[in-house]
Design a protein around this ligand. Structure first.
Ligand code: ADP
Ligand code: MG
Ligand code: MG
Length: 883
């Protein structure tokens, strides 16, 4: 197979379509060459040679000869010879993999210089300063990357030279100092490695090529690939490119630019450059670069060429490009072009505008925006104009920005939250017991736990900002304080979190609602909101393309309204138990639970009925015309009971028992494995009056709404069914209540009764259940727990390790386990539809808002996915991307 590909003189042996073979950098250099864009000549060693080298530790057979040939062609094209003492060819040796891994691997510039060729370069360029500056850069990069001499050692010598000459920047160092520095650098290399710097250009070249290959295995590169799911093979290509020089004086320079603004997406040429500089000087931050527009003054011809070239490249690649360029004595050269990284806001805006400019189609635009990032556009953002400094950084578990006073206890959070204060709950980690505190807090910060920890999952569900696993903070909840290094933060101090980056700041930083939310709230006009326009139009295109419908998980009328605003086409999961926690309701609920007999239960349920009915009315009204799936009571009853203290005393008084008696009662309800205990439809089977009350509330609310002209589509869902008999039992009660309400009101309401499939047995017997049930909703949270035998609340201890080791490809609670849980879903869907072709099938649970899982649901032929309101836009886009 051909291993080396040449480009130069306006012709290349490959192009952009060869990215897999030659890496992104090489393929695009060739593409630019073919386009007639000025690129210095060079050649690329294909990626798979890296693999061969790393496997054998040897330069693959035949490659030496191929490279020699390519060098001969390069010398021809450049009109210089490698190692020539009067007119030396210098090259850069650059890494470049299939997928861009910015800054992860190595590049060496000015290769081919030595004590002899440097003189030729000096004479030929007429600038000894330039020649020795280039040489010292080679020694520094080569010493660091190939020979393992610490970069800092070179920097010390360089800094000393600046000091002794009084130069403020490297660019001011005179030629004489650089000549001395070059000697010092060589001495340093000799001291550290015991060997002199290799003066033979070919030895330099191979040393550099092997170093680039080896940089594939640097820890940072390996980590980057793991986090970004980039394949370990075939490794990086190596690009050998004739040098052009931006450090030849004031008519030269180098820079980086984007064809559009990468943070806002605005269509304006955006970038920075430096006069008389080379390579990474712009990003290195030693000298402050100038905004790209200034190039018009310094290098007018090159600037004009650059403007033309950037427009050409964007049109050709049909996406925003990130460019690297160098100007040598007034002449422009492009050294790299690639698809530019961008924020979610920019991604949305650019995708939309490229469609309007006729560069891409709508379906292409939909693929251009990572669905996962869309929720960044919904959360408030920190106003970073004042450039605040973070005191610590944790895992960005749930995006958004929030400021508040630090509290260390859920009860304190609740109490202060109730007084209208903004608080941030800080703890080592949260447990379900802290839920009320999390509800009251503006944001959550934990010192431990990963992206799937309780705090992370719950916060994401609530659309609330959270930073987890922030191990730089030491929490001392007992003394109500935490420390970061020397800094101490005590209860009541203000901090600000950026959940999108994981940054923790001291103080109350100003935030601003996102543009999309401002428009949704009516405080900003859509016409002045380009990001909103992009967001809305992109999602409209997505709606036109997708087949899956998207619903929301919403428990309150307010959530239902939010969900509608985000484009939810119904509610896929309304958890009725959440309605029992508010205010006074919890007391009636508790009365019901501890009642001695059915009569006592019915009395307490009677108090709950009007409250449930009211909630349902609100939800039906918000979802006018759209289906609402209501799940009957699901959690084990003891979750509602007080754990002691004041609350228990209060309850005992209300129901007229002593505290001792009450605690005994509570004790009898305790279960050792509540997740598999007395919950779900098992409650309705043992206490049918609960199902009766809930069904009555639903039908009375639906009837009332329908009488007001609202189109109601209730879908009543029986949870945790494992056998069709349970379903039949519950369905009979629901149907009977429908009949009763109809007789009482004289109004018929259409409704469906279906079940949640969240136990493997239900999936396995789907054919039988579908004979009785009109819809299935896969409760993938529980189905994952029960299929994998994995408790979500306890998995935090080992799950991160499992993912890190690759035992699980991904966290199964975030990304659906397609091989296991997915198999049950597709089987049950097929079997269910076998008995009832019109069976409606959807999923609810965390996975409904995960793009990969949504794609699976599309492929499996589900009717809808349901997810938390803030993820509805993600699901809409992901459902379109899946088609
Ligand atoms: P990275 O992938 O880290 O960006 P590059 O291979 O692009 O590394 O090179 C780093 C820097 O060196 C870039 O700024 C690039 O413009 C510059 N550079 C690379 N090759 C040459 C060359 N042949 N002539 C001049 N500058 C070069
Ligand atoms: Mg680069
Ligand atoms: Mg469940």
């Amino acid at each position: 197979d051909k291993a080396v590909f040449f480009f130069g003189n306006g012709k290349a042996e490959a192009g952009r379509e060869d990215r897999d073979l030659l890496g992104g950098k090489g393929a695009n250099l060739m593409e630019m060459t073919n386009l007639g864009v000025p690129v210095p000549p060079g050649f690329t060693i294909a990626c798979n040679l890296c693999d061969l080298y790393l496997a054998s530790g040897k330069v693959p057979n035949g490659l030496h000869a191929d490279v020699e040939n390519a060098i001969a062609r390069l010398e021809e094209a450049a009109g210089r010879r490698f190692g020539d003492v009067t007119n030396p060819l210098l090259v850069s040796v650059r890494s470049g993999a299939r997928v861009s891994m910015p800054g992860m691997m190595e590049t060496i510039l000015n290769l081919g210089l030595n004590d002899d060729t440097v003189k030729g370069l000096a004479a030929q360029s007429g600038s000894p300063r330039f020649a020795y500056d280039s040489y010292r850069r080679l020694l520094q990069m080569y010493g660091d990357v190939v020979l393992g001499v610490p970069f800092a050692d070179f920097e010390h010598l360089l800094a000393a030279k600046r000091l002794t000459t009084g130069a403020k920047t490297d660019a001011e160092l005179p030629a004489e100092s650089l000549m001395v520095l070059v000697q010092e650098y060589q001495a340093l290399i000799k001291t550290v490695t015991g060997k002199p710097f290799p003066h033979d250009p070919r030895e330099q070249l191979w040393g550099a090529i092997e170093a680039v290959w080896r940089s594939w295995t640097l820890k940072k590169a390996v980590d980057y690939r793991r986090v970004n799911h980039i394949a370990e093979t075939p490794g990086t290509a190596v690009n050998i490119v004739a040098m052009v020089f931006g450090n030849l004086g004031d008519d030269s320079g180098t820079g980086v630019a984007f064809t559009r603004d990468p943070s806002t997406g605005e269509k304006r040429f955006y970038g920075e450059f430096l006069v008389n500089a080379q390579g990474e000087d712009v990003v290195a931050g030693i000298r402050t670069p100038e905004p790209i527009e200034r190039m018009a003054q310094h290098l007018p011809q090159a600037y004009e060429d650059l403007l033309r070239t950037q427009a050409l490249l964007e049109r050709h690649f049909r996406d925003m490009q990130d460019l690297e360029f160098t100007v040598e004595r007034g002449k422009l050269y492009l050294l790299q072009t690639r698809t530019g990284k961008r924020t979610a806001a920019a991604a949305v805006r650019i995708a939309r505008e490229l469609v309007h400019e006729g560069l891409i189609t709508q379906p292409e635009a939909l693929q251009r925006v990572p669905a996962k990032q869309l929720d960044q556009l919904l959360h408030p953002i920190i106003d970073r104009r004042s450039k605040p400094q973070a005191i610590a950084k944790g895992l960005p578990a749930s995006p958004g920005a929030a400021s508040g006073m630090v509290v260390f206890d859920a009860d304190v959070a609740e109490a202060r939250g109730a007084r209208g204060e903004s608080v941030i709950l800080v703890c080592d980690e949260t447990t379900p017991e802290d839920f009320h505190g999390m509800v009251a807090a503006r944001a959550i910060l934990t010192a431990r736990g990963g992206m799937t920890s309780h705090a992370a999952v719950v916060a994401r569900g609530m659309g609330k900002c959270a930073i987890v696993g922030c191990d730089a903070i030491r929490v001392n909840a007992g003394n109500r304080r935490f420390t970061v290094g020397e800094t101490e933060v005590v209860e009541g101090d203000w901090i600000t979190l950026d959940g999108a980056t994981g940054d923790v700041f001291l103080g109350d930083l100003p935030t601003v609602p996102s543009e999309v939310m401002q428009v949704n709230a009516g405080t900003r006009k859509a016409a002045d909101a380009p990001v909103y326009q992009g967001f809305a139009e992109l999602l409209a295109w997505a709606d036109g393309q997708r087949r899956l419908s998207v619903r929301a998980n919403a428990d309150t009328p307010h959530d239902a309204q939010v969900a509608r605003a985000f484009g939810a086409e119904g509610i896929g999961l309304c958890r009725t138990e959440h309605m029992f926690f508010d205010g006074d309701r919890i007391h009636s609920m508790r009365e019901m639970i501890v009642a001695h007999d059915e009569g006592g239960r019915r009395r307490a349920l009677g108090k709950l009925l009007p409250m449930q009915r009211g909630d349902f009315e609100g939800i039906f009204a918000a979802m006018d015309g759209f289906p609402v799936t209501i799940r009957l009571l699901d959690p084990p009853l003891h979750e509602f009971l007080p754990h002691g203290g004041e609350e228990a005393k209060l309850l005992a008084r209300r129901i007229g028992v002593t505290r001792r008696e009450l605690m005994r009662l509570v004790e009898t309800l305790r279960e050792s494995n509540p997740m598999l205990g007395h919950r779900g439809c098992r409650l309705g089977v043992t206490y049918p009056e609960i199902t009766e009350m809930q069904a009555r509330a639903i039908f009375e609310a639906a009837t009332a709404c329908q009488q007001r002209g609202i189109v109601v589509k209730p879908e009543i869902m029986i949870p945790l069914v494992s056998t069709v008999e349970e379903f039949r039992h519950q369905r009979r009660i629901v149907d009977r209540m429908a009949e009763i309400v109809r007789t009482e009101t004289g109004t018929r309401v259409e409704y469906l009764v279906g079940t949640m499939i969240e136990l493997p047995r239900a999936a396995l017997t789907a054919a039988a259940i579908a004979k009785e049930a009109e819809f299935f909703s896969f409760g993938t949270n529980d189905l994952t727990q029960t299929t994998l035998g994995l408790s979500r609340d306890d998995a935090g201890r080992f799950l991160p390790l499992y993912v890190e080791r690759g035992i699980y490809p991904e966290d199964p609670f975030q990304v659906l386990d397609v091989d296991g849980v997915g198999r049950l879903i597709s089987m049950a869907t097929a079997d269910g539809r076998g008995s009832r072709p019109a069976l409606k099938v959807g999923i609810c649970g965390e996975h409904g808002g995960d793009p990969k899982s949504v794609a699976f649901c599309h492929q499996t032929g589900l009717d809808y996915v349901s997810c938390s309101p803030f993820r509805v836009p993600i699901a809409r886009l992901a459902a379109a991307q899946a088609t």
